[in-house]
Design a protein around this ligand. Sequence first.
Ligand SMILES: NC(=O)c1ccc[n+]([C@@H]2O[C@H](COP(=O)([O-])OP(=O)(O)OC[C@H]3O[C@@H](n4cnc5c(N)ncnc54)[C@H](OP(=O)(O)O)[C@@H]3O)[C@@H](O)[C@H]2O)c1
Length: 290
Amino acid sequence: MNLSGLRVMVLGGKTGLLGQSLTKTLASAGAVPIPLSSADGDILDPHRVSRLIDRKDPDLLINAAAYTQVDQAEDEEELAFALNATAPPLLLAEAAKRFIPFVHFSTDFVFKGDKRTPYTEYDEPGAFSVYGISKTAGERNLLKIGYDKTLIIRTSWLFGPGRINFVEKILGLAETRGALSVVDDQTGSPSYAPDIAVGALRLIEHDATGIYHVANSGETTWYRLARAAVELAGMDCKVEPIPSRDYPTKAVRPAYSVLDLSRFIRTTGITPRHWREALRDYVRQDLKRG
Ligand SMILES: NC(=O)c1ccc[n+]([C@@H]2O[C@H](COP(=O)([O-])OP(=O)(O)OC[C@H]3O[C@@H](n4cnc5c(N)ncnc54)[C@H](OP(=O)(O)O)[C@@H]3O)[C@@H](O)[C@H]2O)c1
């Protein structure tokens, strides 16, 4: 699919971390992005969304809207399921009615985390958290429909411009504290939202369908990611490793959730750059630190 001149509706494209990068990347690729926030179109109100889609008449529908508060989801199960499991198939139905492609995002948190080699698209989900279970239900509800223009992209550990994220939080804390303790027993692939947006567009251009994993290359822990960010920013804050049991959270996160990128690389011919390189761009160029 050639994106040039295409009208692309991006749910979450006005205010979301990934959505804003998608909007920007689509515009650079010559497409006409139609970014939306929850104020423009609440995906829990399918009739309003349907009318909005009629009015905007997109050639492609991207759902980067979601319930993403991993710990809060433990207390807001109904809302998390409404946004992550019930709304996506209704959006897909809107795309199918118009015979246009539907792109949806999911997460490494669908996995249990008991492997020690990267998770492929063929591995079974097995999340413990409400967030992970709701996202898994969303994927299954979409695949059950069997619409052949459906693309589901799982990504992981997002950071980037436009919305508060782990890296920005750490650098904010490092400004006022002499030391920070960060968990060192969860391993994943940090991913720069602008890189993921480019990867998603390459998949769309290749008419990819089904499930794909897209992340930056390499793996690390939250502790090592925090330390790398503080070092790149040239800040004088000591970062110390701690086990998850010393930083209890409501949601249980996977101990290991690195995504295998082979399918993405085979389809697009692109090997995503290492997360460290992307982190450097984010800290130095976007945040202008260091
Ligand atoms: N962040 C991560 O580390 C991460 C990791 C792996 C996968 N993912 C997946 O990547 C996708 C994007 O995540 P993100 O971190 O970019 O999300 P985000 O920054 O939390 O943004 C969520 C977006 O969803 C919109 N939204 C929320 N409720 C809505 C509603 N009822 N109707 C319409 N829009 C609504 C928000 O709009 P308002 O601002 O108006 O509320 C916002 O634009 C999600 O599918 C997520 O599961 C994220």
